[in-house]
Design a binder for this molecule. Structure first.
Ligand SMILES: C[S@@+](CC[C@H](N)C(=O)[O-])C[C@H]1O[C@@H](n2cnc3c(N)ncnc32)[C@H](O)[C@@H]1O
Length: 441
């Protein structure tokens, strides 16, 4: 029954997604928000289903040995749901995440997957180069922060320990000028030289006043940390103050041209240090297995992998849905004189017909880095032995182990075998984990 308190449950392990996992006295699995392996806790049930339940910790009787004295984030202690692992050792966190991801992948794919290599984050703090804060009216107050664990209530924060310092400094610099907005999402994005750009997306019926825009201009003109601000209202009306472009070196692991600036707000990997290691590994895998291959890259963004691969390939064609990302990739390819060898196209890669068309091209390597939903259409297409007969390697980057496992099952069913598995900790202190899988046939 919802609201029932279950006393003294031992958290056995971490479940995929970041909750602790335990068993109710009647044997059903229960997913416990706020519990980490080893804790002995009381749990209040929020969902009570026939075969499983979900709840949250309401009291800790015995803390896990992995818990440390210092939590490290005051907002986490007040219920912020942005992270899950403040207050536990990093080695434990990473070990649990890897185990949960492996278990989920084995269960869903039903494959005997290779032993993974695990690449830890060089730093668990100050790593995120793009952060979205939510600002909401709450009675008389206006709060700016992140959603609480398991709800849409905002926990106010004064800085974020995983954000790059320039984002916190920019938010402090600009916060006063935006303080009257009752509903807005405010994104801080690093743009190079220790500065940040701010994107303000106003909620329905929310308006920015002339005097607020003047105040923002004054802050930007001072040229401290905020180099530019974009404000967009719910009808798409834009105000741009100062320079809102971002150094391409902040967005790509290797910028192909010096001093290149791109527009903000496109997809970018959130952790530059881990992104560099991930991109290096992708290049190594492809270059080691092929002599100047022809590469098709799906979900290529603005070319984070493409430009690093450029010296090692005969040609690369990238596909991606975001017009802005493709425009930036085109521009950089031309400036770097890769024109002709590197090509980029806008495409909806969840469209069966478009994916079937790509399957008819002649290429040796497929690189893909889909969003959370994975790439079911692509996996089905590439599992067809008639499609892309010259294709001999698939390099799959994924931020969702469950969808990755589903797609691996399809590919292996079509004659592919998994050569290697790596986990990159792109988001320390959170339950997310990035995976890199190489397949051969
Ligand atoms: C995980 S990101 C990877 C981007 C790029 N590989 C990088 O490292 O910066 C996923 C990308 O998929 C794109 N995307 C989302 N839905 C898509 C769709 N239906 N078709 C094509 N691309 C899509 C997003 O715009 C985003 O750039």
């Amino acid at each position: 029954m919802k609201g029932r308190i279950i006393r003294k449950l031992r958290i056995e392990k971490l479940a995929q997604g970041g909750d602790g996992l335990s068993h109710l006295p009647d044997g059903r699995v229960v997913f416990v928000r706020g519990g980490v392996p080893g804790d002995l806790v009381d749990v209040e049930l929020e969902k009570d289903k026939k075969t499983w339940a979900r709840g949250q910790v309401v009291e800790v009787h015995e803390p896990s040995q992995a818990r440390t004295d210092r939590v490290g984030c005051d907002a986490f202690e007040r219920g912020c749901g942005g992270c899950q692992f403040w207050g536990v050792g990093y080695e434990d966190e990473l070990g649990w995440k890897v185990e949960a991801a492996r278990e989920a992948m084995a269960r869903i794919s039903k494959l005997d997957l290779p032993e993974p290599e695990v690449i830890a984050a060089p730093s668990i703090r100050d790593y995120r180069s793009r952060v979205t804060f939510h600002q909401r009216r709450d009675g008389e107050d206006i709060k700016c922060g992140f959603y609480a664990a398991g709800s849409r209530e905002v926990v106010a924060v004064d800085g974020c320990p995983v954000a790059r310092p320039e984002i916190d400094e920019a938010m402090a610099e600009i916060g006063g000028a935006l303080a009257m907005l009752g509903r807005a999402d405010i994104t801080g994005e690093t743009c190079g030289d220790g500065q940040a750009v701010i994107l303000v997306e106003l909620g329905r019926k929310e308006r920015i006043r002339h005097d607020q825009l003047e105040e923002l201009s004054r802050i930007v003109e001072q040229g401290m940390v905020v180099s530019g601000v974009e404000v967009v209202d719910y009808r798409g009306k834009y105000f741009i103050i100062g320079d809102t472009t971002v150094d391409a070196a902040e967005v790509l692991a290797q910028s192909p041209v010096e001093s290149m600036r791109v527009k903000p707000g496109r997809f970018r990997q959130a952790n530059q240090a881990i992104n560099k290691l991930l991109v290096e590994q992708v290049v190594t895998e492809i270059a080691a297995a092929n002599d100047r291959p022809r590469v098709v890259e799906l979900f290529c963004g603005a070319g984070n992998f493409s430009f690093a691969l450029a010296p090692h390939v005969e040609g690369l064609v990238g596909y991606e849905a975001s017009e802005g990302a493709i425009e930036a990739a085109h521009q950089m390819a031309e400036l770097a004189e890769h024109g002709g060898r590197l090509n980029f196209h806008i495409a909806d890669l969840f469209d069966e017909e478009i994916v079937a068309g790509i399957g008819e091209l002649s290429f040796d390597v497929l690189l893909l880095d889909p969003p959370r939903e994975g790439a079911a259409q692509v996996a089905r297409q590439m599992a067809d032995e008639q499609a892309s007969p010259e294709l001999n390697q698939i390099v799959y980057v994924s931020c969702d182990p469950a969808c990755l496992a589903r797609d691996l099952k399809t590919l292996v069913g079509g004659g592919w075998s998994v050569d290697s598995l790596r986990f990159f900790d792109m988001f320390p202190r959170t339950s997310h984990l990035e995976a890199l899988v190489c397949l051969r046939r």
